[in-house]
Design a binder for this molecule. Structure first.
Ligand code: ADP
Length: 264
């Protein structure tokens, strides 16, 4: 009997191990699948502007010398599409950098108050119609475990989105609250909001709520990489990013970052 119990115990152990192995392999498989899908989607995004420029160069070659209207239109569209291509390549590089970031966690430090104020100012200069409120009182004397450069990059992405997806209510608020060992930076807009069905996916790479809606935002069309870059950067510094949104009312992005303790 003892032998049989030992056998069953053993058997259970093997079954448990096999199960764990299968779960892990499923995860690996899913991650490969997601990576493949991303490369496919990114290639598609890159191919579109290239094909448009190619088409217009063909038109220029054939008719551009004799038809000033073709010359003007084709040049304009080509310049526009090349700018889109350049922005896309730069953001893809930023995403790869965020994913492979090798930073010295032990030393990354910044004084967030100044960085946030300066970044808000930069965005406000570009979009003077916006009222940018801020409540950073709790940040006085606080230091965060993140580099100045990356905090600024995250804020620029979130403020840029807040601007892009606002309509007539041009009001953005940045509020900082100190929690136990971390700080919460809330970037709040009164814009078009994100539909509940899309909310879980907006930090996925290349995810856009809907292209037509984005185009209506009047600014350069987004490419669905901003939030994924911001989220990955925040997570690299052991922080977290969460989004609350109500359609037609607005969006709040909360960025949680650890406080750097013991730095004078
Ligand atoms: P994009 O470059 O398209 O802005 P993001 O990754 O930054 O890419 O955002 C993904 C999508 O989430 C956007 O296409 C937009 O539809 C939606 N979104 C992001 N931020 C906001 C916001 N503040 N308000 C409304 N929608 C937003």
């Amino acid at each position: 009997l003892a032998e049989r119990i030992a056998f069953y115990d053993n058997h259970d152990e093997i079954a448990t191990t096999m199960n764990m192995f299968n779960v892990m392999m499923d995860k690996v498989e899913r991650s490969f699948q997601q990576q493949r899908q991303f490369v496919e989607d990114a290639s598609h995004e890159l191919r579109t502007p290239i094909a448009i420029v190619e088409g217009h160069l063909g038109m220029l070659h054939r008719w551009g010398k004799h038809d000033p209207a073709v010359l003007e239109e084709s040049l304009q569209i080509s310049i526009q599409e090349l700018a889109r291509l350049k922005a896309l390549v730069e953001e893809l590089l930023a995403l790869t950098r965020a994913e492979n970031l090798q930073m010295d966690e032990a030393t990354a430090v910044c004084e967030p108050e100044q960085v946030i104020l300066q970044t808000i100012k930069k965005v406000n200069v570009l979009h003077p119609a916006f009222i940018m409120e801020r409540d950073l009182r709790e940040l006085s004397g606080v230091r965060l475990a993140i580099s100045v450069e990356h905090l600024e990059q995250i804020l620029l992405i979130l403020l840029d989105n807040a601007v892009k997806y606002s309509r007539e209510r041009k009001r953005i608020a940045v509020q900082a609250t100190v929690q136990k060992e971390r700080v919460c930076l809330a970037i709040k807009d009164a814009g078009i909001g994100i539909p509940a069905k899309d909310l879980p996916f907006v930090t996925d790479r290349l995810y856009r709520v809907d292209k037509a809606r984005n185009r209506k935002s009047g600014s350069a069309e987004g490419n669905g990489l901003g939030l994924s870059i911001a989220k990955r950067l925040v997570e690299r510094y052991n922080g977290a990013l969460s989004i609350e949104s109500i359609e037609q009312e607005g969006t709040t992005v909360n960025v949680f970052l650890p406080i750097r303790a013991g730095v004078q």
